[in-house]
Design a protein around this ligand. Structure first.
Ligand SMILES: [Zn+2]
Length: 329
């Protein structure tokens, strides 16, 4: 009798706790990558899930991280919990592991944010800082806004060579919008370029990949009218050095962009296929595709049996991106 009442009280207390935890408001973490499950809401949370599947003689088990919007991650966690409940017990090791797995996965079935886990996954996937998680009202993270300013300073100097009404200036504005994945409107992109084109290029907070992307965009802007004048070439070389690269890198990127147009290079074509981009894709589009794929295939997010394949896929995606960045030539 007393034991029964105790159990009822414990269950009631647990349900109340779950109810209140459910009501925790998300703190507004919005990532620039869409949830891989629904491809609609931004990524908001990450949860470590345990899986145990046992089949009389064999047991497969391990953990992985589900990443996505709160709705989807909770749904995935509940699915795994029920699958463990149904498929975990049917062998001796499974019998021992299943209670552990259930306990580990249970907290993830509560609808809420888990910033710590999300930060860990992002750090592993992109080496991005906590800063990258904070997205302002304009939909941009602080570090991305910083990158856009440096892009504006770099490509503005190249675009200004032909005056601020030429093809290059419009191309620079289009490139900024393209890189922001549509988050910058036309007036915002124009203002960004106006305010930053004359500033010093400060690449100190940017990593190599970001600096290479900026140089690519600068080259594409200079080439907007299909001809790079000697003055534009000079501006490009200065930008290349300000970004910490050799001035000659500009020449090889220009050659690559011409080869790109003619579609002759088999290695390039292969890389484009791997990333699923068109042969004439801009570096902004290539970068978005790479980010999406790298996230979708990150080994940390793969179920234990898919981990080796995910690792291989990740290597291929990064290699393809390196080819299209063209820095190794
Ligand atoms: Zn979702």
């Amino acid at each position: 009798m007393v034991a029964g009442m105790t159990i009822t009280l414990v269950v009631l207390a647990a349900l109340t706790l779950v109810y209140f935890l459910q009501r925790t408001e998300p703190t507004g973490t919005n990532l620039m990558i869409d949830c891989p499950e629904c491809q609609f809401a931004p990524i908001q949370t990450a949860r470590r899930l345990w899986v145990v599947r046992s089949f009389i003689l064999s047991t497969r088990y391990g953990d992985y991280t589900a990443v996505g919007c709160i709705e989807c991650v909770t749904k995935v966690a509940r699915r795994e919990l029920f699958a463990d409940l149904a498929l975990g017990w049917w062998s001796a090791p499974g019998l021992l592991l299943t209670p552990y797995a259930l306990l580990r996965t249970a907290p993830a079935c509560i609808r809420r944010e888990n910033r710590r886990e999300l930060e860990k996954v992002l750090q592993a996937a992109f080496q991005v800082s906590v800063d990258d998680l904070n997205v302002g009202a304009d939909g941009l993270s602080n570090s991305f806004r910083l990158m856009l300013r440096t892009v504006a300073a770099a490509i503005g100097k190249v675009a200004a060579v032909d005056g601020r009404s030429g093809d290059e200036w419009s191309a620079a504005i289009a490139a900024l919008r393209d890189l922001s994945d549509g988050k910058l409107g036309l007036p915002e992109a124009e203002a960004l370029l106006d305010q930053n084109w004359n500033r010093r290029i400060d690449p100190s907070e940017l990593d190599r990949e970001q600096r290479l992307v900026i140089l690519h965009i600068a080259v594409a802007v200079a080439d907007a009218d299909d001809a790079v004048s000697p003055d534009e070439m000079l501006a490009l070389r200065r930008v290349s050095m300000a970004l910490g690269f050799d001035a000659r890198l500009v020449d090889s990127l220009l050659v690559a962009s011409e080869v790109n147009g003619s579609g002759e290079d088999a290695e390039r074509r292969d890389a484009e296929n791997r990333l699923g981009v068109e042969p004439n894709a801009t570096i902004g589009e290539v970068r978005s595709a790479w980010k999406r794929l790298a996230f979708a295939n990150h080994p940390d997010r793969a179920t234990p049996e898919d981990r080796a394949a995910a690792h291989q896929k990740m290597v291929e995606i990064n290699d393809a991106y390196e080819v299209l960045l063209g820095s190794s030539r």
